[in-house]
Ligand binder design. Sequence first.
Ligand SMILES: [Zn+2]
Ligand SMILES: [Zn+2]
Length: 362
Amino acid sequence: MSKNYYQDLGVEKGATQDEIKKAYRRLAHQHHPDKNGGDEAKFKEVNEAFQVLGDDKKRAQYDQFGSAAFENGGSPFGGSSPFGAGGFNPSGFNVNMGDMGDLGDILGGMFGFGSHNTKQRRGQDIQMDVELDFLEMVKGVTKKIRLYKHDKCTKCKGIGAEEGSKINTCQECGGQGRVQKAQRTIFGTVQSLATCAKCYGKGEVPEKSCSQCKGNGIEKIDKEIDVPIPAGISDTEGVRITGEGENPGREGKSGDLFLRIRVKQHPIFTREVNDILSTVEVPYSMLSLGGKIDVETVDGQGSLKIPSSTKPGTVFKLRGKGIPFMRSLGRGDHLITVQTKVEKNLSREQKKMIEQLRDSGL
Ligand SMILES: [Zn+2]
Ligand SMILES: [Zn+2]
């Protein structure tokens, strides 16, 4: 039922605050119930109209949304109105404008498709950073993740009712499971049906709420879960664990847990896509004559064959000793750059030998 507050006060839609006040004083005086010939119903009407039109903020909302906005929950200015206390607040009824699911909900209300009763509320996602050692990244690892979050109440299994409690029709929505809401969207203001916040769309509430969760269906829990991190994951990737986010309570669906991966630097190895890069210092004699040198790989100690006449800066490839591919079989390579090992503390004899090399032209 829509009311015309302007008509009730007998003013034009564009009336100034002064004109509205004057009209109100005159009419309130005229219809005052204590007065001879007063009219209580008219007096109430005038008062209600003035409470909205006499307040610039409420008047603007009325101009946009009509009187329905002020009639939610029975009393014109009841706390259950979306304009109660804190004023118009779209996030006050579980709408996150950035979420396509909720936009779908609003569109559903706009065009008459979508069902409010079947749409399950979803809890917040939890984001966490997880640090891996380089070798954990290469091999894959199972991480223990500690969560301190809202989960389904263990006593009522999330239903919110005390065991054996009688179930009553919800007073808030009269058992409909939905209430009318005005929402501001990118398409302008939309009157739509929203899921009842008291019964979560079920239309009924337990007479006795669960004593453990006070009927919310959730409780704060502290738990540890094992999360397998796939080998080869990189810094820019994350791991999503479905259903390990916050539970919104009362038959809602849990959000997800997102783990952002940070790989610590390694003193020897660096990563390039799926290859591992490292360097090894080789004595000049071995570069010239050839030989074998121990090298560090992610699979442990290995040995690298140095052919004779190897130039410093040469890169050797250990095929398949790199980082596993996450989306296919196999691994990248380990590329080892050789550098000349320059001895710092030469003995008198070593110095002499190097002088002989120099004198021979090497
Ligand atoms: Zn409970
Ligand atoms: Zn309800």
